[in-house]
Write a protein that binds this ligand. Sequence first.
Ligand code: RB5
Length: 147
Amino acid sequence: MKIVVGADHGGYHLKEEIKKRLIEEGYEVVDAGVEEFRDVDYPDIAFKAAEMVGRGEVELGILMCGTGIGMCNAASKVPGVIAALCTNEYMARMSRLHNAANVLCMGGRVVGPELAWSIVKTWLENEPLYDEKRIRRRKKIEDYVPG
Ligand code: RB5
């Protein structure tokens, strides 16, 4: 499976850790930056990575900033992307089952590397539910037109 990872300075160190572990587990990882620890604008990285998911070039994305909030806000604007900010394994599992999230967001200043890795593993182990109820609810978001 091909996964894109991305982070700003707030998530850089966590990204490096998660990337290393994903590669060790045999995942194909694309790194959307930031390529070294320096101050960058999180939307630039979020859009670069999320667009890869939206275009289907990679299956899933994992984005990290200080809180995970900015990455989640930005990635959610990209067509075809469902981003979810997760701070524990339960959120990770439900974001796949109920929300069909294809981008996981985490905060490098919120979760430590061990919890983050546990969140990532849980997220990757779960698949979206495709029952009528979940499809209907997700479609309502997809079809939303500003009134
Ligand atoms: C950068 O300092 C910080 O604002 C960013 O990493 C992120 O937490 C934004 O949501």
